[in-house]
Write a protein that binds this ligand. Structure first.
Ligand SMILES: [Mn+2]
Length: 399
């Protein structure tokens, strides 16, 4: 039977710094710094255990265009492990580790094939199956052209796999590099599309399978949930895809309902119970706690509660670190009632929901000569959050 199996991962961002954490004890800082490597190593373990034909890495192997020597050496070690087990690796470089970066070049073993800057076809063969793989590496950081136009499926071969580091059009919050639409990918008649760039895991279509595997290790508050890679089988029976998690540390937002809590001790007990529950997952966690409906919020500062919880962090194989505690205030007003009450509120909510207004309101800050350098670009989601907060403030003022 004609069949092939492989692992698809992307956005390793090896040696990436972790951001947004304060007061982290040393042992956790070390584990975080090691986490991208550990996750990648676990992916290679799987490749060996599953005896796959090859692995595909769809860009952003290294976090920085200077590709630290440390990261390259660690990467090479993993490639050598694959080499020892006769597993090939097809890799492309993305916007983070583009070819024009300045780095000390380190050679990889001959089982590794890195695609050049032009879309190129490369053939893999096992006993009775021929697979064509198509891909390109970023020549420089900002590839704005529609590289998808250069992918041309060959006439022969049993299976065809497109590898592309780029942005699905319309996906917000990501640099719009090498843009494409799902229709464009589908029209190429590949059997599988191995995508990279967007760090949130997503299956775009089933027929054919088009997958963003997400990055392999969360590195900040917004990269939550399990992270890992996909095991893919292509055969005459069809295509099979299976996600497996490998990230040793998971970032998670946890919502705790504290409606019936009246004392600090009760609150602490409730929170600790929840933390114990999370512990059952058996992996290390960075938690962001959101406490909802807390009546005694005014008596207990979230910061104080956070400090107490952080003091309890123990050095264990599977640690839990509470990174933040936030109270979610009860909204005393109900939107629908207000909208029915008067045209004024209707207009107010419409204005608050228009993201262009958020942008306009932020313009002064973002154009400020000193401030703008320190301000990250906001995603639509963040703009929405800001809009909701301002809405709440406004209504409270008016009420
Ligand atoms: Mn990336």
């Amino acid at each position: 039977m004609k069949k092939v199996s492989f692992i698809h991962c992307a956005d390793l961002h090896l040696d990436s710094p972790v951001t947004g954490l304060r007061n982290v004890p040393n042992f956790i800082a070390k584990r975080l710094q090691e986490s991208t490597f550990a996750s990648f190593s676990a992916i290679i373990d799987k490749a060996i255990a599953y005896k796959v034909d090859f692995i595909i890495i769809a860009g952003d192997i290294f976090d920085g265009e200077d590709r630290s020597i440390k990261a390259q050496i660690r990467f090479r070690k993993e490639m050598e492990r694959l080499h020892d087990h006769h597993i090939a690796a097809y890799i492309i470089h993305g916007n983070h580790d583009h070819l024009k970066g300045s780095w000390t070049k380190i050679n990889f073993p001959d089982n590794v094939y890195a695609f050049p800057a032009e879309v190129t076809a490369k053939t893999y063969e096992n006993e009775n199956t021929t697979v064509h793989l198509y891909g390109f590496s970023y020549e420089s950081r900002h590839i704005m052209e529609r590289k998808i136009a250069d992918y041309k499926r060959k006439e022969d071969g049993d299976y065809h796999i497109g590898i592309l580091h780029g942005n699905l059009e319309g996906a917000s919050g990501h640099s719009p590099y090498a843009p494409f639409s799902i229709q464009e990918l589908t029209a190429k008649q590949m059997d599988y599309w191995a995508l990279g760039h967007i760090h949130k895991r997503a299956i775009l279509t089933d027929e054919p399978l088009i997958i963003y595997p997400g990055n392999i290790q969360g590195r900040h508050k917004k990269e939550t949930g399990e992270k890992g890679a996909y095991l893919i089988h292509l055969s005459e029976m069809g295509t099979m895809a299976e996600f497996f998690p490998t990230a040793p540390i998971v970032w998670r937002t946890v919502i705790i309902h504290a409606k019936d809590i009246h004392t600090f001790d009760e609150l602490l007990l409730l929170v600790n119970q929840r933390i114990e529950e999370e512990k059952k997952a058996g992996i290390s966690l960075i938690l962001f706690l959101e406490i909802h409906q807390l009546m005694i919020a005014e008596d207990i500062e979230a910061m104080e509660l956070l400090e107490i919880l952080q003091q309890e962090a123990a050095e264990e194989d599977e640690f839990i670190w509470v990174a933040a505690v936030k109270y979610q205030e009860n909204k005393e007003w109900i939107k629908d009632n207000l909208v029915n009450e008067s045209e004024f509120y209707k207009e107010l909510f419409a204005a608050a929901n228009d993201l262009q207004n958020v942008e306009k309101a932020l313009e002064a800050l973002y154009n400020h000569p000193a401030a703008h350098r320190y301000l990250p670009k906001l995603t639509d989601e963040e703009k929405k959050e800001l809009a909701i907060e301002s809405e709440d403030l406004l209504i409270k003022l008016l009420y």
